[in-house]
Design a protein around this ligand. Structure first.
Ligand SMILES: Nc1ncnc2c1ncn2[C@@H]1O[C@H](COP(=O)(O)OP(=O)(O)OP(=O)(O)O)[C@@H](O)[C@H]1O
Length: 600
C-alpha cells in the first residue's frame, strides 16, 4: 500500500448510520447516565419552550391587541421574556453538559484503545504502520469528540423542532400547513444536491489534507537526506503543488457552502410569500385570525434554520461515524495470548529459575508457511554461554524473538527449565529472559530514565552496578552524566553510546537468561574491550546467548550453533567447528582475513 492509498483508506468511508457503531458509542455515553438523561431532558424542554413563543405572539394579537386587553399583552410579553430567559439558561447548561460528556467519552475511548494497543502482538505492528495506529488514537478519537462539540444533541433538537413546528402548524391551520409543506420538495432537492456535492468536496479536502500531512511527515523525518542531496527546491515545488490542490478544493467547498445558505433562504422566503398571500386572503375573508397568521409566519421563519443546520453538520457526523468504526475495529484486533496452552502448569519465578533452555524441532514462520526456522533443536544448560552464528537472514534474531515470545512458533516445543514456554505467563517469561536487541529504542528523558526505564531505582544503585562492571567511562563521557537529556530516539547519541545504554538497561533488569543481539557491533576497539569484560562478568552466573557477526566476540562461548537458511547446520565449540571444516570454519577464515586487512 503506498502512502496515498494508506491515507485515502482513512478518509473514504461512507456511512452515516451503523447500528453496531452507534450501540457501542452509546455504551460509552451511558457510563454517564445522569448527564446523558439530563441532556435529553433539556432538549425536550427547550424544544417545547422554543415552540411556545410563536404561538404566544398569535395569542397576544388575537386575545390581547385585537380586544384591547393590555394586561394580557403585558402578561404574554412577560411570559415570552421568562420563556426565553429559561431557554437561554438551559442552553448554557446543555452546552456545558454535552461537551463534558464528549470529553469524558473521548478520554475513556482513548485510554481503552491505548490499553488494547499495548496488548497487541508484535506481528500486528509489523503489518500496520505506526502512523495509522497513532491516527486512531488521535484524529479518529478527536472526530468522535466532534460529534459532541458540533452538537449531535443540537441536531436531535433540530429534528424535534421540525416535527414540533409541523404539529403546531397542523393544529393551527391545516390548509396553511399544506401550503408550507408544498415547498418541501424544493428543499429536499436542494439539500440532496448540495449535500452530495459538499460531501464529495469535504472528502476530497480530507484526502488532500492527509496528503499534506504525509508529505510533511516524510520530509521532516528525512530532512537529513533532503539537505544532503540538495532536494530542498524540488521538494518545495512539490509541496507548493500539493498545497495549491488543497486550497482549490477548499475554495470549491466554500463556494457550495456560500450558495447553499441563500438557496435555503430563498425557499424560506417563497414559503413566507405563499403563506402571506393565501393567509392574508383567508384573513380578509374572515376565515383566519391575524394572530394565527403571525404565529404561522413566525413558525416558518424558525423552520428553515434547523434544516440548514442538519445538512451542514451531515459531513461532520459522517466523518465521526467512520472514525468510530475504525476505532472500534482496532479495539477488536485480537490481543496477545498469554497461555497458548491452557492451564499453566507452573509459573516461573526469578528466584529459583535455573536457566535451562531446550529447543525441540522448532518450525517458525512470520507469514503463512514461509518458514524462517526449520526443525531447529538444541539444548543450553543453565549458566552456559552459547553463540548463534550465520550469515545475514539465517534466522538468528528470529530465535531470540521466539524465545521471548514476541512471536509464537508453529511447530515444536521450547522448554525453559523443562516448562513449555507457551504455558508460562509472558510477564514472568520476560522477567527471566532479557533481550538486548539490534535496534536500541530510546525514550525522551534523561540517561538515567533510559537506563532504569523510568523505574525508581536509586542513582547509587545504578552507578554501583555500572561501576562494578567497569563501564563508568561511558557515563563520564556523557555531558551531564546520568542527568544528560536524551533527544527523541537518541538522536544526540552515537550508535555505540546507544548500545551501552541498552546493555546497562538489561544489567539492571537482571534477567536469568540474557540474549545479546549484536551488542557490540558499533563500538570502537577500546569500548568493545570494556563491554566485553562487562559481559563476561554479567554472563558468568547466567545462561547467555550471543548473536554476533564479529566472531572475535564469541570465542569464549561454551558452544557455537551455526545456522544457514533457517536450519541448524553445525554445533560445537570453536575448536571443534574449526576442525570440522564446515560453514563456521569458512566464516571464521573470511572474518580473520578481514580483521587482518582491517587492522593493516
Ligand atoms: N518481522 C518480520 N516479518 C517477516 N519476515 C521477517 C521479519 N523479521 C525477519 N524476517 C525474515 O526472516 C528471515 C530471518 O531473519 P532474522 O532477522 O532472524 O535473520 P538474522 O540471522 O538475525 O539476520 P541478521 O544477521 O541480518 O540480523 C529473513 O529472511 C527476514 O527477511
Amino acid at each position: 500500500m503506498d502512502r496515498e492509498e494508506f491515507f485515502t483508506e482513512d478518509v473514504l468511508a461512507d456511512k452515516i448510520y451503523d447500528r453496531a457503531v452507534i450501540r457501542k458509542l452509546l455504551s460509552y455515553v451511558l457510563r454517564y447516565k445522569a448527564s446523558a438523561f439530563l441532556s435529553v431532558f433539556i432538549v425536550l424542554i427547550t424544544t417545547v419552550l422554543f415552540l411556545l413563543c410563536p404561538y404566544l405572539f398569535g395569542y397576544a394579537i388575537d386575545h390581547g391587541i385585537s380586544k384591547g386587553d393590555k394586561t394580557l399583552v403585558y402578561r404574554t410579553a412577560l411570559a415570552i421574556l421568562g420563556i426565553q430567559t429559561l431557554r437561554l439558561i438551559l442552553v448554557v447548561v446543555q452546552s456545558y453538559n454535552i461537551q463534558a460528556i464528549g470529553q469524558k467519552v473521548m478520554l475513556d475511548v482513548r485510554m481503552e484503545l491505548f490499553r488494547h494497543v499495548q496488548s497487541l502482538p508484535v506481528s500486528f505492528f509489523d503489518k500496520n504502520p505506526v502512523g495509522r495506529v497513532v491516527t486512531r488514537l488521535t484524529n479518529d478519537i478527536a472526530a468522535i469528540g466532534e460529534l459532541f462539540s458540533a452538537g449531535v444533541i443540537v441536531v436531535i433538537g433540530d429534528v424535534f423542532i421540525i416535527i414540533g413546528i409541523f404539529v403546531a402548524m397542523v393544529m393551527l391551520n391545516g390548509k396553511l400547513a399544506l401550503i408550507t409543506l408544498s415547498v418541501f420538495p424544493i428543499i429536499v432537492i436542494i439539500a440532496l444536491w448540495f449535500g452530495k456535492h459538499m460531501k464529495n468536496s469535504f472528502r476530497e479536502i480530507r484526502r488532500k489534507l492527509a496528503r499534506i500531512n504525509a508529505y510533511l511527515n516524510e520530509n521532516i523525518t528525512g530532512m537529513k537526506v533532503v539537505q544532503l542531496f540538495n532536494r530542498e527546491k524540488k521538494n518545495y515545488k512539490k509541496f507548493d503543488e500539493i498545497n495549491d490542490d488543497y486550497l482549490k478544493e477548499q475554495v470549491r467547498y466554500i463556494r457550495y457552502f456560500a450558495v447553499f445558505q441563500p438557496a435555503i433562504n430563498m425557499v424560506s422566503a417563497l414559503a413566507v410569500g405563499l403563506v402571506l398571500w393565501y393567509g392574508a386572503r383567508r384573513y380578509m375573508h374572515g376565515f383566519l385570525t391575524l394572530g394565527v397568521l403571525v404565529s404561522f409566519l413566525a413558525y416558518i421563519h424558525d423552520l428553515f434554520d434547523p434544516i440548514r443546520d442538519i445538512v451542514e453538520k451531515y459531513n461532520i457526523f459522517q466523518g465521526a461515524m467512520a472514525s468510530s468504526e475504525r476505532v472500534f475495529g482496532l479495539m477488536q484486533e485480537p490481543a496477545e495470548v498469554d497461555y497458548v496452552i491452557p492451564h499453566p502448569s507452573r509459573e516461573v519465578s526469578r528466584k529459583d529459575f535455573k536457566g535451562d533452555i531446550e529447543f525441540q524441532n522448532i518450525w517458525f514462520a512470520y507469514n503463512g508457511n514461509d518458514y524462517v526456522l526449520k526443525d531447529i533443536s538444541f539444548r543450553i544448560k543453565p549458566g552456559q554461554s552459547v553463540a548463534l552464528v550465520g550469515v545475514t537472514g539465517s534466522g538468528k534474531t528470529s530465535i531470540a524473538s521466539i524465545l521471548t515470545r514476541l512471536y509464537e512458533i508453529q511447530k515444536g516445543t521450547i522448554l525453559l527449565d523443562q516448562i513449555d514456554i507457551r504455558k508460562i505467563e509472558k510477564v514472568g517469561l520476560r522477567y527471566v529472559v532479557g533481550l538486548v536487541s539490534q535496534d536500541v529504542f530510546l525514550f525522551a528523558g534523561t540517561l538515567r530514565d533510559n537506563i532504569t526505564l523510568f523505574n525508581p531505582i536509586p542513582t547509587a544503585t545504578v552507578l554501583e552496578t555500572i561501576g562494578a562492571l567497569g563501564l563508568m567511562p561511558f557515563i563520564d563521557r556523557m555531558s551531564g552524566g546520568l542527568d544528560m537529556e536524551i533527544a527523541e530516539r537518541g538522536a544526540n547519541l552515537s550508535v555505540g553510546e546507544r548500545q551501552f545504554i541498552s546493555l546497562s538497561r538489561i544489567i539492571l533488569y537482571d534477567p536469568r537468561v540474557i540474549i545479546l543481539d549484536e551488542a557490540t557491533s558499533s563500538m570502537d576497539p577500546l569500548s568493545e574491550v570494556l563491554i566485553q569484560n562487562a559481559m563476561q562478568k554479567v554472563t558468568q552466573a547466567r545462561t547467555s546467548i550471543f548473536i554476533a557477526h564479529r566472531l572475535s566476540t564469541i570465542l569464549h562461548c561454551d558452544k557455537i550453533i551455526v545456522l544457514n537458511k533457517g536450519k541448524k547446520v553445525e554445533e560445537g565449540s570453536h575448536e571443534e567447528l574449526l576442525r570440522l571444516g564446515g560453514l563456521y570454519s569458512q566464516l571464521y577464515r573470511v572474518y580473520m582475513k578481514e580483521e587482518l586487512i582491517g587492522h593493516g
